[in-house]
Design a protein around this ligand. Structure first.
Ligand code: HEC
Length: 102
């Protein structure tokens, strides 16, 4: 019986736990650049996931970005036309490129 009481006390204890002070939620700016081609990105890339997926990659080469666009089309079946894929790659390289083609 005593064991049961101790167990019950242990199990319910977290229910009474209180948070001391204020909880600070970190502010994460999502800087989406409104450059040429953003309309195409908006229409083709943000249907499945947020822009954070792009930002998380950091600055990358043109080849890298083209590869990501192709990956979305081939693996995830994103319905993106060749024309839009080219415009989007330009946008990504222009706004989030590292200056290298490869
Ligand atoms: C049909 C849905 C879909 C569309 C449209 C789409 N994506 Fe994705 N994307 C995904 C999925 C699924 C993942 C993988 C998610 C995971 O692993 O958590 C992903 C992941 C990513 C990643 C993370 C890196 C990686 O290799 O997984 C990037 C960058 C990315 N997408 C960019 C884009 C861009 C740019 C476009 C527009 C050209 C786009 N996505 C359009 C489904 C899509």
């Amino acid at each position: 019986m005593r064991k049961l009481l101790i167990l019950a006390a242990l199990v319910t204890a977290p229910l009474f736990a209180q948070v001391e002070g204020d909880i600070a939620v970190p502010y994460m700016p999502f800087e989406v650049k409104m450059g040429k081609g953003f309309n195409e990105v908006n229409a083709n890339c943000l249907t499945c996931h947020s822009f954070g997926y792009v930002l998380n990659q950091g600055r990358q080469s043109k080849k890298f970005w083209r590869g990501k666009v192709d990956k979305m089309i081939v693996h995830f079946k994103a319905p993106i036309t060749d024309k839009d894929a080219a415009i989007i790659t330009e946008y990504l390289y222009e706004e989030y490129g590292n200056g290298k083609l490869k």
